[in-house]
Ligand binder design. Structure first.
Ligand SMILES: [Mn+2]
Length: 293
C-alpha cells in the first residue's frame, strides 16, 4: 500500500469526525470574503491528479455566497475505483464545502456522470447539503435558470463522444502530457501553457462539438420554458445567448479554474481564478510600491 493511500484513508476518516476536525491548509479569509448571491462550480474531479485543488481552496477562502451549486463531477468516482488517490488538499476541499453548508450557505449538489453514485440520493439532504438531479434557480432579477450537469446530452452529441466523455483515456493522456509539458516549462521559467486548451481551440471538430453541445443544451432549456441554463461537463466555460436562451457553463477546476457567479442584482459573471489571483497579487505589489514612495 502506498503512502498516498494510507494518508488518504486517514484523511477520509477525519471527515467522519467533521465537527472536531480542521483542514490541513488553514482557512485564510473568513471575514472580508467577496460576497455573491450565488456561485456555481463543477468538474473539480477530486481523486485525480488533474484536479487543481490548491486553486479551488484559494477560491473558496476568498468568496462566499447565499447559495452554492455544485454542478457535478466534484469527486471522480471512475478514477478512484481504478486507483485510490486522495491527497490532503482534496480532503480540504470537501471540508470547506461541508463547513460552508454548516455556516448557513445553501449548498445544492447535483451529481454528474463521474460522481453518479450520489445520484441515487437525489431528493435527500446530508449535513445541510441538498442532493438533487437538477434544479431551477431564480435569479435576483426574476429569471429562471435550469441547473444540471450536462452529460444528459451525450447521447445526442454522440458523434463526438471522445470529447463529451471528459475523463476518458484520450483526455487523461492529454492531461498527463499537459502536466509534463508544464513541469518542463516551469523548469525553464516559462509561463503556464495549456496544451489541451490549445488543442480544443485548434481542432475544428472539437470547436464544432462544443458549439453543437451548447445549442443542444439551450434547446432543451427552451423546451422546459426557462430563461436559461447552467451546466458544466465539457470543461469549457462559456456565456452565450442562443436564440434568446442564456447558456452558462461554469467550466472546470482541472485546468480552466473558473466559477460562475451571480451578483446581488442578478448580474452574472464568469470568474477566471488564475486571473483573479494575478490581479490580487498585482494590487499587492502596487500597494507596496505606494508605501515605499
Ligand atoms: Mn461530466
Amino acid at each position: 500500500m502506498s503512502v498516498v493511500t494510507r494518508i488518504g484513508l486517514d484523511n477520509l476518516a477525519e471527515l467522519g469526525d467533521f465537527a472536531n476536525s480542521q483542514p490541513a491548509i488553514p482557512e485564510r479569509t473568513i471575514s472580508g470574503r467577496r460576497q455573491f448571491r450565488t456561485i456555481w462550480i463543477s468538474d473539480v474531479h477530486l481523486g485525480t491528479r488533474g484536479c487543481n485543488a490548491e486553486m479551488l481552496i484559494d477560491f473558496l477562502d476568498h468568496v462566499d455566497s447565499d447559495t452554492l451549486y455544485l454542478v457535478g463531477d466534484i469527486i471522480d468516482g471512475w478514477r478512484l475505483r481504478k486507483k485510490f488517490y486522495w491527497p490532503v488538499a482534496h480532503n480540504d476541499v470537501v471540508w470547506r464545502l461541508l463547513k460552508r453548508a454548516k455556516r448557513s450557505t445553501r449548498v445544492v449538489y447535483i451529481p454528474g456522470n463521474h460522481d453518479e453514485v450520489f445520484r441515487q440520493f437525489a431528493g435527500l439532504d446530508f449535513g445541510g447539503v441538498e442532493i438533487r438531479r437538477q434544479a431551477i434557480h431564480t435569479t435576483a432579477d426574476g429569471r429562471h435558470l435550469l441547473v444540471l450537469h450536462g452529460d444528459e446530452f451525450d447521447a445526442i452529441t454522440l458523434a463526438h463522444r471522445w470529447l463529451a466523455h471528459v475523463g476518458d483515456a484520450a483526455y487523461n493522456l492529454l492531461m498527463a502530457l499537459n502536466r509534463g509539458l508544464n513541469a518542463y516549462r516551469r523548469f525553464f521559467n516559462m509561463p503556464y501553457w495549456s496544451l489541451s486548451k490549445h488543442a480544443k481551440a485548434k481542432v475544428k471538430k472539437s470547436v464544432e462539438f462544443i458549439s453543437n453541445y451548447e445549442e443542444v443544451v439551450a434547446q432543451a432549456a427552451a423546451h422546459r420554458g426557462v430563461d436559461g441554463v447552467v451546466c458544466g461537463h465539457i470543461h469549457t466555460a462559456e456565456y452565450r445567448d442562443i436564440a434568446g436562451i442564456k447558456y452558462y457553463n461554469d467550466g472546470d477546476w482541472v485546468e480552466g479554474c473558473t466559477a460562475l457567479v451571480e451578483h446581488f442584482d442578478g448580474r452574472m459573471e464568469l470568474l477566471h481564478w488564475a486571473d483573479e489571483i494575478a490581479a490580487r497579487e498585482g494590487i499587492g505589489t502596487l500597494e507596496i510600491a505606494m508605501l515605499a514612495a
